[in-house]
Design a binder for this molecule. Structure first.
Ligand SMILES: Nc1ncnc2c1ncn2[C@@H]1O[C@H](COP(=O)(O)OP(=O)(O)OP(=O)(O)O)[C@@H](O)[C@H]1O
Ligand SMILES: [Mg+2]
Length: 405
């Protein structure tokens, strides 16, 4: 197993379109006209290296045509999981199921999937055309069919003017598109991307991100994509899977994760800048309500089901869900440590007494000087409360207490 995207490799996922797939295509089927069902399922998948288990029994169902994004901190197992699906790593427990068949024993080259890596490893001495065609030539595909596929993919990715160039005469974004093109010409059942844009500069990433979204819309294939980039995850995914230390913390649509995180890990991970999380102790308030005592701040809230006086909780509020108000209406007051004026929006970093620094986002320009006090009110309907273990109690509180929405 070479584990890299070298186009000439016969042993793994890098080239030869799989036989079953070729038969399926030969029977007149076509991915672009509705496509095959490519469902990928992980059932209690485990992976250990020696004695160390790094994937601890993951269940996941990727439906046909979905764009699924894996996110999580470095070392949490994103690449390992992708490589397990690709067939580049054997599982040590559980099953990988593609279109209803357990494929644990099926080699990468027979799974019909294409993987695009961060380091795209193009052959420097070959033209773009040859780089894209090479894997297909190795599989003895008729020349006319190869030409057809390469030209079609090149047009789709807008690299057709560069087909006779060598990789060194291309920009980073163009090279990355060649690597994606090399995957497209294989007509795979699903695409697996491992941080394909992380070598590109910020501007190119934005362009390529839009191109990938358009590509998914055009090809309609199943895609699984690993990224560290919040915006890529939020904008590309139908489903985001948040991984942490070899386990799935939560899987759901981007807005589901943003609006209703199940625990403090997901709350802190999804969203940029991250949600402000503050520890507090609950006390009895007026009219059956709750007062959260956080540092030297007292936040009066309606009753919250599941929160009793004396409970230790964590409450979370996103930077964009706080309003700057008069002192009398405020939940919390804090001196400003730093202001970042971006023109259209402003970030204030401030440290309430006895609490860690919090981030406040305000639309427009907000000329507040260092050391000046700001008075902040939290929007109740988007205030999150978690228990002492970090599990959610409520995502949003309505005016009468209880869960909003
Ligand atoms: N061949 C290997 N032998 C031993 N341990 C490994 C091997 N490959 C990966 N690991 C370990 O498995 C864990 C998951 O690694 P993986 O590469 O999947 O993380 P990742 O989420 O992709 O991280 P990153 O965001 O840094 O790419 C890590 O702790 C890593 O050290
Ligand atoms: Mg990785």
């Amino acid at each position: 197993m070479c584990g890299r995207s070298s186009p000439g490799c016969r042993r793994c996922i890098c080239n030869a379109p799989n036989r079953a797939w070729r038969r399926w295509r030969a029977a007149g089927n076509d991915t672009k006209s509705g496509g095959p069902v490519t469902e990928i399922q992980l059932n209690k998948v485990k992976k250990a290296y020696g004695d160390v288990e790094v994937i601890h029994g993951i269940d996941l169902h990727v439906q046909s045509g979905q764009f699924v994004v894996f996110v999580g901190p470095s070392g949490c197992g994103k690449s390992t999981l992708l490589r397990i699906i690709a067939g580049l790593e054997p599982v040590t427990g559980g099953d990988v199921v593609i279109d209803g068949d357990v494929v644990n024993a099926v080699p990468a080259s027979e799974r019909g999937l294409a993987m695009v890596f961060q380091s795209y490893a193009l052959y420097p001495h070959m033209t773009v055309y040859k780089n894209m065609a090479f894997g297909l030539e190795n599989s003895n595909m008729p020349r006319a069919e190869i030409e057809n596929r390469v030209h079609e993919a090149a047009k789709l990715l807008q690299i057709d003017p560069y087909l006779q160039r060598r990789p060194k005469a291309l920009s980073g974004g163009q090279r990355q598109r060649v690597a994606i093109g090399r995957a497209i010409v294989r007509d795979p059942k699903a695409f697996l991307f491992d941080e394909p844009l992380s070598n590109l500069d910020a501007e190119l990433r934005v362009t390529m991100r839009k191109e990938l979204a358009a590509l998914h819309a055009k090809l309609g294939g199943t895609m699984i994509y690993v990224t560290h980039d919040q915006v890529e995850a939020m904008t590309l995914a139908n489903t985001i899977v948040v991984l942490n230390a070899g386990r799935v913390e939560q899987a759901g649509s981007p807005l589901e994760l943003y609006n209703t995180p199940k625990n403090t890990f997901v709350a802190g991970f999804i969203g940029s800048p991250r949600m402000n999380l503050m520890e507090a102790v609950a006390q009895a308030g007026e009219d059956g309500g709750v007062v959260l005592l956080a540092g030297s701040q007292r936040i009066s809230l309606p009753p919250i089901e599941g929160v009793e006086p004396g409970d230790g909780v964590t409450f979370g509020i996103r930077p964009e869900h706080m309003d700057i108000v008069d002192e009398g209406d405020a939940d919390i007051s804090a001196p400003v440590d730093l202001t970042e004026q971006l023109g259209g929006e402003t970030y204030l970093f401030c440290t309430p007494e006895g609490l860690p620094q919090i981030t406040v986002h305000q639309l427009g320009q907000f000329p507040v000087g260092r050391g000046e006090m700001v008075h902040l009110r939290f929007r109740r309907e988007v205030l999150h409360v978690f228990d002492a273990e970090g599990k959610v109690i409520v995502n949003g509180i309505d005016a009468d207490g209880g869960a909003a929405g």
